[in-house]
Design a binder for this molecule. Structure first.
Ligand SMILES: Nc1ncnc2c1ncn2[C@@H]1O[C@H](COP(=O)(O)OP(=O)(O)O)[C@@H](O)[C@H]1O
Ligand SMILES: [Mg+2]
Length: 412
């Protein structure tokens, strides 16, 4: 029997708290997983930024990437490592790079998801370029923005077609406000989207591989209270629906880690934002839910590394579109999409793997999340975000919420 090492790389930017906890917990787990005639050990390492030969080998089996949506040298290293070395990465860099919010809206509309009605409009202004004026003179047709607003109805949202982090998002109540917001929108290409307002529920469903957590979300609260802590706030049916949405979206686009925002109106959940390259992972926003994320990340990354999971080389959308084009109700289509998505995530194999090899994770995590090391990791993150006079208060707050999570897990 030979010992083999599987290597997990963390491609990080400003992350502080979650990698500390992820690395420590992997160590605590002390995995020795039998695989055929071998025993697998696991090492975690942070990926450095350095020049690279396109032909050089890659020492990692899996990379968890939090950086490359804006840091392009590392993104290209990841892309070469997938193409040349079969590296498995959360998330697929091509899919992220090319699939803005816009494509995800269009694709999910085609599958029949109740995405609110959405228009795209050309930008208000442009950076000058050689071909700009002849192109606009010939082809840009004057349009009446107010008429489009009236068609969509108010309230509506103007937001960048490739948006993130709430930048450039405006709630618009009438024609005049629409014209003003457009005048202020500059060179960004914007969507106008029917507002799901008022809404009866707002959920962020976090998907990590084939694992999900629905969190009650309050967009109007201060950052530390947006992720609410209620357990079991959805009916079993609603929870299943939101998990199914997230599963299908992530399988469709080849994403391992994403969070899907949906709003409830008149008994129907409407997905409004589901293309997040770098979902919230900080203890300062997730607090109570933070340990879930660390555990889910460990399960999926260890599974992918242990089984040498192959990266997707194509997304094969036709399989979904063939279902979308059938003359059957959306719920029946969704059930068929879920079947494909379950296969793409190898859910049965994953669950059997966790049962067999990661049965001690819950107990080890419970013990770990009661340690001073976790409190220190929280403090480090708090110190990076808050003014000095709030260091103690917020460290204690997030710590106490994690302890509440431990209590709940024990009682459940
Ligand atoms: N169609 C909509 N109906 C109601 N609220 C919306 C809608 N679109 C956006 N919002 C509100 O604006 C916020 C930011 O919009 P979102 O599409 O999530 O952009 P981002 O990608 O920047 O997070 C949402 O969290 C929600 O509160
Ligand atoms: Mg959002």
């Amino acid at each position: 029997m030979a010992e083999q090492t599987r290597r997990i790389g963390l491609s990080l930017g400003a992350d502080i708290c979650w990698p500390i906890c992820y690395e420590a917990l992997i160590k605590e787990l002390d995995l020795a997983i039998p695989m055929g005639k071998d025993t697998l050990k696991f090492e975690v390492e942070r990926v450095n930024i350095e020049p690279f030969d396109l032909q050089q080998p890659c020492k990692y089996d899996v990379v968890i990437d939090r950086l490359t949506h804006w840091y392009h040298t590392s993104r290209e290293w990841i892309k070469k490592s997938i193409v040349m070395n079969d590296l498995y990465v959360f998330n697929n860099p091509w899919s992220l790079q090319s699939m803005e919010k816009h494509t995800t809206y269009a694709a999910m509309m085609r599958l029949g998801f109740p995405v609110p009605r959405t228009w795209m409009v050309p930008p208000k202004s442009y950076a000058e370029s050689a071909d700009l004026q002849p192109t606009l003179k010939r082809y840009a047709k004057l349009f009446n923005l107010g008429d489009i607003g009236d068609k969509i109805g108010y309230p509506l949202f103007m937001k960048p077609y490739d948006g993130g982090a709430w930048v450039g998002v405006t709630a618009i109540k009438n024609r005049k406000a629409l014209e003003d917001a457009y005048d202020d929108s500059g060179t960004r290409v914007m969507h106008l989207q029917a507002g799901v307002i008022p809404f009866d529920g707002f959920v962020r469903c976090i998907g990590l591989g084939p694992q999900w957590r629905c969190v009650n979300y309050d967009p109007d609260a201060p950052l530390h209270n947006r992720y609410r802590m209620e357990e079991n706030f959805l009916s079993a049916e609603e929870e299943q629906r939101l998990k199914d949405f997230t599963l299908v979206i992530n399988a469709f686009f080849g994403w391992d880690f994403n969070s899907c925002e949906s709003l409830l109106s008149k008994g129907e959940w409407h997905p409004i934002d589901f293309a997040n390259a770098c979902p919230d992972s900080q203890v300062t926003s997730l607090h109570y839910h933070f340990p879930w994320l660390i555990k889910a990340n460990i399960r999926w990354s260890v599974f992918c590394a242990a089984t040498k999971r192959r990266p997707n080389t194509d997304l094969n959308w036709r399989e979904y579109f063939d279902i979308a084009d059938k003359d059957i109700p959306f719920n029946d289509k969704l059930a068929q999409y879920v079947k494909i998505a379950r296969k793409r995530f190898d859910i049965d194999e994953f669950e059997a793997f966790c049962d067999e090899h990661l049965g001690h994770l819950d107990a080890v995590a419970d013990k770990y999340f009661a340690t001073d090391a976790v409190k220190a990791a929280i403090r480090e993150k708090v110190e990076a975000l808050y003014p000095e006079h709030e260091f103690d208060e917020f460290t204690d707050l997030f710590w106490s919420r994690i302890q509440s999570w431990r209590e709940f897990e024990k009682s459940a």
